[in-house]
Design a protein. Structure first.
Lengths: 138, 147
């Protein structure tokens, strides 16, 4: 699957990550879905990453989340909204209370990005091991 | 949310040999990229990642600075490309293991909070989005190389 994730050559092809397949074209005609953009944008703020950490433990109400931050409640709501828009959190009703729920599957693009770097190093370290096993340059 | 890559490999060669492969400019170029590395803390150097036109990759320069250099056991340098990959840290620890060497590799510090990370996704075409295409192209280029 690693080979199917980012293919600069396949412009315009949707990737089936979610139902949202809007694509944008950079100057080099590489397709970047807005959906992925939303996810990376959403986790680019430290407060939002902290919120995700909280939600990863358990569902929380806005008030419970706000209790962990110094910022105003509207500011907290604003951040939660960004997480919701990126699909990283959903709102669920519990009686009169609404609680936020973490959707870890939506972090897929981030994991895939790191996985690309992992692949890069795996190949380089393999080259190193191979080079040393040949015993040349020794 | 992991932002550290860790790998361990066993190499059936003494640490001195492995250290040389990590720190000798010419040898380093063989398994990494052309570079002007020097094994000296504070030395600034670059890796020149060559373009791969067949996968639409224009090439890039990785800016580095040697942070730790303790032959034959410890080497660390910074690794900056742009976007979320600024001042990340690449480190190698070499531990004796029988007749060979256990190489502990770490790449850490991918900064998801890079200030221009957000702008990157508003059409600036840098940061994560650019990293995506660059890295994908480099990896593809490597795959093509080994075919």
């Amino acid at each position: 699957m690693s080979g199917t994730v980012f293919r600069p050559r396949e412009e315009g092809k949707t990737r089936g990550l979610t139902g949202k397949h809007s694509l944008t074209y950079t100057s080099r005609m590489v397709a970047v879905s807005h959906y992925e953009a939303d996810v990376f944008g959403a986790i680019s703020h430290p407060a939002r990453r902290q919120m995700l950490d909280l939600l990863a433990d358990a569902d929380h109400s806005v008030n419970a989340i706000a209790g962990h931050f110094k910022m105003s409640r509207p500011a907290v709501s604003q951040h939660l909204r960004v997480l919701r828009d990126a699909g990283l959190a959903t709102e669920r009703r519990f009686g009169r209370e609404r609680r936020y729920h973490f959707v870890p599957g939506r972090l897929g693009p981030v994991r895939e990005w790191i996985a690309q770097y992992e692949r890069f190093w795996d190949e380089r370290l393999q080259r190193l091991a191979k080079l040393l096993s040949k015993g040349n340059k020794g | 949310m992991t932002n550290t890559i860790r790998r361990q490999i066993l190499i059936p060669q003494p640490r001195e040999k492995v250290w040389q492969a990590l720190t000798d400019r010419a040898t380093l170029a063989e398994w990494m990229y052309p570079n002007d590395f020097e094994p000296r803390v504070g030395h600034h150097f670059t890796f020149q990642v060559p373009p791969k036109p067949e996968v639409g990759f224009e090439g890039l320069v990785v800016q580095c600075e040697v942070l730790e250099c303790e032959p034959p056991s410890r080497l660390a340098f910074s690794w900056s490309v742009g976007g979320p990959v600024v001042n990340t840290r690449v480190s190698y620890r070499l531990e004796p293991d029988g007749m060979g060497t256990r190489l502990l590799f770490e790449h850490s510090g991918f900064d998801l909070s890079q200030p221009y990370g957000e702008q990157a996704f508003q059409g600036a075409g840098y940061g994560w989005a650019k990293m995506h295409e660059q890295l994908a192209a480099v990896v593809q280029g490597m795959a093509a190389e080994s075919d």
